[in-house]
Design a protein around this ligand. Structure first.
Ligand code: BCL
Ligand code: PID
Length: 150
């Protein structure tokens, strides 16, 4: 296990309570923002560019980790802590295999829809704010470890 694997374990433990509070059966998670379709298209292009730059082995490991995690979901769509951890570790390795600028291009492109203004508070209202904040804090710490391995 490398530093990303270790950090994924911490991230996953700290964010699992939050993950379990989300209603994954809500159809909202299968919906793309529709207000600006052409902006969405450009944001998806940033994801395609990022994906094409990823280390193929890291990408394949990510696909397999997701596939395994899907098989262990409970009745509410939540995967086990072990499979969640493996998925986060795999995503960490995928992100670490591309330049930070490619990841930020994706973030900035999606940020243009100003999702933060309405979506953030709405999503927050559906879970424990405390658990969401703890998850976010853990996410920022995980990001530092991934960035250091880039
Ligand atoms: Mg994926 C991200 C679902 C397959 C690569 N993926 C996401 C998430 C979402 C999701 C949970 C995008 C929304 C979001 O940011 O919510 N992926 C999902 C599902 C499948 C899937 C349901 C599926 O197969 C059925 N993903 C795949 C394929 C992978 C893959 C197969 C490649 C092999 N996926 C990626 C990558 C990313 C995602 C790369 C992301 O960067 C993105 C993501 O999680 O960004 C944060 C918020 C996220 C969650 C609720 C999940 C828990 C996240 C962390 C660890 C803890 C919470 C932190 C905090 C509170 C929220 C941060 C929000 C921000 C400010 C960004
Ligand atoms: C901010 C201000 C600072 C503090 C800060 C801060 C926050 C920064 C953040 C943040 C950045 C950020 C980035 C995120 C990026 C997510 C990227 C997701 C990419 C997903 C992809 C999906 C895909 C695929 C895949 C491969 C396929 C192509 C696709 C092939 C060849 C603002 C806190 C530091 C969350 C690429 C993987 C299947 C599209 O900086 O003061 O908070 O989050 O199918 O390709 O198969």
């Amino acid at each position: 296990a490398d530093k990303i694997d270790d950090a994924a374990k911490v991230l996953s433990e700290k964010s699992y309570p939050f993950l379990k509070e989300i209603d994954w059966t809500d159809g909202v998670y299968g919906v793309l923002p529709t207000a600006k379709p052409l902006e969405v298209l450009k944001a998806i292009d940033k994801m395609l560019v990022m994906g094409a730059a990823m280390d193929p082995e890291a990408l394949k490991a990510g696909v397999l980790a997701h596939s395994k995690a899907i098989k262990s979901i409970d009745g509410k769509g939540v995967t086990t802590l072990a499979d969640y951890t493996a998925t986060n570790a795999a995503i960490g390795h995928m992100i670490a295999s591309v330049p930070a600028s490619k990841t930020m291009d994706v973030y900035n492109a999606f940020n243009k829809f100003s999702l933060g203004k309405d979506v953030g508070p709405y999503m927050m209202s559906k879970v424990s704010a405390e658990d969401a904040k703890a998850a976010y804090k853990a996410f920022l710490e995980f990001k530092d470890v991934v960035k250091a391995s880039q």
